[in-house]
Design a protein around this ligand. Structure first.
Ligand code: ZN
Length: 146
């Protein structure tokens, strides 16, 4: 059984080598869907009986891993020449990464961060879907129901 949860974050980035406007520092309201695939819990009397995972618990993990670290933050490629300037501004929540922060690379990166945290709770992440705009998405992991 597959369940999904969505959150949205506001985040800045740029695609340094882009041929056009994406090379300019800018932001998006990212929508992020996470899918968890597992059996329905049948433990009689437990809080999550009849669920794959409590939606509230999944949201809690997503908020901790994604919202806390990246919302109203900036993600830049570590070789971006703007990094020293942004680092100098202590008010900006900056994460430097070793890849160009496109939706595709962010989906893969965020999947890895969530996988670690969910595995601690013995939860299997199935996929992540990242909307960079309302009409543009990148999905990493397996999509679809069993
Ligand atoms: Zn962008």
């Amino acid at each position: 059984m597959l369940i999904t949860k969505e959150i949205e974050i506001d985040m800045g980035h740029r695609v340094t080598n882009h041929k056009s406007k994406c090379a300019s520092l800018h932001g998006h309201r990212y929508k992020i869907e996470v899918g968890v695939d597992d059996q329905i819990i049948t433990t009689e009397g437990s809080s999550d009986e009849g669920m794959v995972m409590d939606f509230g618990d999944l949201k809690e993990v997503m908020m901790e891993v994604l919202d806390k670290r990246f919302d109203h933050g900036m993600v830049l490629w570590k070789k971006d020449e703007l990094v020293p300037a942004i680092v100098a501004d202590i008010k900006t929540k900056l994460t430097t990464v070793d890849f160009i922060p496109t939706a595709e690379n962010l989906a893969k990166f965020w999947f890895g961060l969530l996988k670690v945290r969910l595995e601690e709770r013995h939860i299997k992440i199935k996929h992540i879907k990242v909307w960079e705009t309302p009409t543009s998405t990148a999905t990493y992991g397996e999509v679809g129901n069993n």
